[in-house]
Design a protein around this ligand. Structure first.
Ligand SMILES: NC(=O)c1ccc[n+]([C@@H]2O[C@H](COP(=O)([O-])OP(=O)(O)OC[C@H]3O[C@@H](n4cnc5c(N)ncnc54)[C@H](OP(=O)(O)O)[C@@H]3O)[C@@H](O)[C@H]2O)c1
Length: 304
């Protein structure tokens, strides 16, 4: 960095900034009071999202308290190796677990809900993109309505660097929201409670965002390969550069624009690259991508 940064905001408490390897405080910080070591936690669906959440849970729960169902064995083997309990019967999950994560594809949701005899007294956490709480509740046909939380996770949860926002439905007790945050926290850098109306934009930003950033990493390394670097080295450096730059934003409190200016010295090399990106309207493209993704999510919801 060749330019001194001026802080526009009071410096953040460095102790809070550096808390834990995974960093930040959530808006509604889990208190650790909601955890019951004897509680069983269930997953209906054994794919990418279930794997990501279970990997974090295993920090605090033994495998034999985690139950997973799926119609075939193809993903269940992963959980069996982790000593979790597996089944092909979704009713086993709901009857034996106090908390149930719904981790199937949105198109499979209606069938799964019909299969289950009763959701009463369970805390149900849905990771299904684009299915609103009101619709899930209607499909479950329970009176009183079940305790439902909608959750927008992302795949970096697989490596404990996820982002996950949750919206509790009406009538979900505060302790249950705390419990959900606590269960998700080990897999996440950021876990927050947000209004459900923000979830479509959040799915675009942090749910689809990893795909956009993989393209950035690939494109940066393509450029470096063009300039003669070996592919492996280029990918390693590009990924670490993205990770380090993200950490500068989260750990210094500076606006990304200020951090960008600090790299670009007058008449230097970086500003020439920035000029090329601006000519290609790279910022407008990223904004358009988030807008298009959010709109698609809204459109899918409207068509259900
Ligand atoms: N992937 C992401 O980045 C992401 C991000 C945010 C939200 N989400 C949401 O997360 C949810 C799951 O996505 P995913 O990527 O984990 O999907 P996935 O990898 O395709 O996994 C789906 C799982 O559901 C199982 N399944 C299918 N029918 C079932 C049934 N009738 N009963 C029980 N299980 C059934 C499948 O079983 P088999 O193992 O037998 O095939 C599979 O294990 C989706 O609703 C998606 O919207 C995903």
């Amino acid at each position: 960095m060749d330019k001194k940064l001026q802080s526009p905001t009071p410096a953040k408490d460095p102790k809070l900034e550096m808390e834990g390897e995974t960093g930040q405080k959530s808006e509604t910080e889990p208190s650790n009071k909601s955890r019951d070591e004897n509680m069983n936690i269930g997953f209906i669906g054994a794919g990418n999202m279930a794997k990501a959440i279970v990997k974090g849970l295993l920090d605090s729960y033994p495998g034999d308290r985690i139950f997973i169902s799926a119609p075939t064995d193809r993903n269940l083997a992963f959980f069996q190796k982790l000593k979790c309990r597996t089944t092909h019967n979704n009713n086993d999950i709901v009857s034996q677990c106090q908390v149930v994560f719904l981790c199937v594809k949105p198109s499979q949701c209606e069938l799964v809900i019909r299969e289950v005899t009763s959701w009463q007294n369970k805390l149900i956490i849905s990771v299904l993109a684009g299915i609103p709480l009101e619709r899930l509740s209607r499909m479950m046909k329970e009176d009183p309505p079940p305790k439902l939380i909608r959750c927008a996770p992302n795949t970096p949860m697989m490596v404990s660097r996820g982002v996950c926002c949750i919206s509790p439905g009406a009538g979900v007790p505060v302790q249950d929201t705390q419990l959900a945050l606590e269960l998700l926290k080990p897999s996440c850098l950021v876990v927050k409670t947000v209004p459900e109306s923000q979830l479509d934009a959040i799915c675009a930003l942090s749910g689809s965002g990893p795909a956009f950033l993989y393209m950035v990493i690939e494109a940066l390394s393509d450029g470096a390969v063009k300039m003669g670097l070996p592919r492996d080295l280029a990918i390693e450096l590009a990924a670490a550069t993205v990770e380090g730059s993200a950490r500068m934003v989260t750990h210094t409190g500076y606006h990304p624009g200020q951090l960008k200016d600090a790299v670009a010295s007058p008449g230097g090399t970086t500003i020439c690259g920035i000029h090329v990106l601006e000519k290609g309207a790279v910022r407008a493209l990223f904004m358009d991508a988030i807008e298009a993704t959010t709109k698609k999510s809204l459109q899918l919801r409207g068509s259900q």
